[in-house]
Design a protein around this ligand. Sequence first.
Ligand code: RM4
Ligand code: NI
Length: 289
Amino acid sequence: MKRILKINEWFHPDGFPISVERREPQELFEAHAHEFAELVIVTGGKCLHVTGHDSWELTAGDVFVISGPREHEYRDLVDLRLINILYQPSQLNLGLADLPSVAGYHALFTLEPSRRKRQPSKGRLHLSAKEMAQVIELADRLEVELKCREPGFGFMATAHFMQIIGLLSRCYGRSPSPDGKALLRIGEALSHLERNIHRDVKLEELASIAQMSERSFSRVFQSATGTSPLAWTIAQRINRACSLLRHSDRRITEIAFDVGFNDSNYFTRQFRKSTGLSPRAYRLRQSVD
Ligand code: RM4
Ligand code: NI
């Protein structure tokens, strides 16, 4: 049976959903998956990184994100050094503001972590020495906050983590590898979808942003995200609705319109389909928890 790293073994008992694990060097570690996501910054050495059907060589400056269920393993280790930033995406609740309009954000945090077969296989982020120094400095600060756990550490640590995500998302766009470019183009299309979440965006529009034919865009989008643009849009709208149901007291019909549905019965049906609950029941349950 494959090994799954558990949240309660890798995070502080107070439940804070970010944790830093430095590996200097990384020891041999069997193939495993995680109950959390892992942002990996390679600071030195090299190895072969194996994940599913994919494998590639890692060297200093490489950065990647592994979503929880995706199995991975390091082989042929030569003094590999890395910083693992472990995080629980569903517990974070970050105010992303305009970050989803940065294509690199989608490339690194939405598309790469769950990369499937048939995707371009080397779309990785590789940092310059200067970018690396900036990221390491932020990771150091994050680590200090998490170690000291002084009052307010949760806020400070989250802020450092957000800076890391923002910086890496920008870096992705600066000098992507050829395969990274392909992911970035899909990332541009995802950004466009996010920015226009209130209306039904045409396939034609998306394909032209990604500089592909409609047919190949549909195929690449499906294989990169595991879903169609329409299903992706609906999932985003439902996510936003969940957050509004939890954090505001707006009426359910208002929320349906806020997030881009123009029919609240259709909203309720879609909501139930994806969460198993009606919006009303969802809100009640959250306020009980
Ligand atoms: C291991 C290795 C794994 C990571 C854990 C937390 O040494 O780096 O990839 O998931 O640490
Ligand atoms: Ni891991």
